[in-house]
Design a protein around this ligand. Structure first.
Ligand code: TPP
Ligand code: MG
Length: 224
């Protein structure tokens, strides 16, 4: 069994990328990331299984991504297989900023550890076939170095990280998804008022500049 736990992997990602936008997949992934710490630069995806890679793709292509080294999307193996076709689109559009991290425990942990098809699939091989640079991380001691090395390497890239079946006990997280989106949108828009980066209308309109429970709008959170 791989020695790395999901919690350890999430902690490494959050520590290495304290101010980069991070899309966090639903279920156990979100709840354990909240144990690491709640951050305005994290987009907590609730229930939309299979979509975090596509959400990360969109953000990585957006003008708001220009001021960041990377946009990280964290997926589970089950979620990646559900949204598998997104790999082809990522390979086609080649978003340089996108770093897709797949935490692979070979199971749907959030619903009771039913087996996924991941052990039968070469996830890195599939990503490479789509035109995405891919890297297997099997040894826990390699994860931090690989994450650090990814900062300036042009993407798109996929890291498949082997994790064990350990799940931390964490409370349910049931906030209003609109509020989560607004917090993240404000973070993406940043401290400047660039018309390209700022949400000029729609959900974010009228809320820019107001404080959030986690600090003033657009202020990068303190490093953990
Ligand atoms: C369309 C859809 N089907 C099923 C679910 C229920 N569900 C939520 S998380 C999850 C398992 C996700 O597995 P994986 O991506 O491997 O992440 P893990 O929990 O193993 O970390 C499932 C089946 C859902 N939210 N949406
Ligand atoms: Mg899984």
């Amino acid at each position: 069994m791989p020695p790395l736990s999901r919690f350890d992997a999430l902690q490494s990602i959050a520590t290495e990328y304290p101010t980069e936008p991070i899309v966090v997949a639903l279920g156990t992934m979100v709840r354990e990331m909240l144990l690491v710490g709640r951050r305005d630069n994290h987009l907590y995806v609730l229930d939309s299984m299979g979509l975090p890679a596509a959400i990360g793709l969109g953000i990585a292509l957006a003008p708001a991504a220009r001021r960041f080294d990377k946009v990280i999307a964290i997926e589970g193996d089950g979620g990646l297989l559900m949204g598998f076709s997104t790999l082809a689109t990522i390979g086609l559009l080649k978003p340089e900023k996108l770093l897709l991290v797949v935490l692979d425990n070979g199971a749907y942990a959030a619903t009771g550890m039913q087996r996924t098809a991941a052990p039968a699939v070469d996830l890195c091989g599939a990503a490479e076939a789509c035109g995405i640079r891919a890297h297997n991380v099997d040894a826990p001691e390699d994860l931090e170095a690989v994450l650090r090395g990814s900062h300036r390497r042009p993407g798109p890239a996929l890291l498949r990280v082997a994790i064990n079946e350990q799940n931390r006990s964490a409370p349910y997280f049931l906030p209003d998804p609109v509020e989560l989106t607004l917090t993240f949108q404000r973070y993406l828009a940043g401290p400047t008022t660039s018309p390209l980066a700022a949400p000029a209308s729609g959900l974010g309109a009228g809320l820019r500049g107001k404080s959030t429970p986690h600090g003033p709008a657009g202020t990068p959170p303190a490093a953990p």
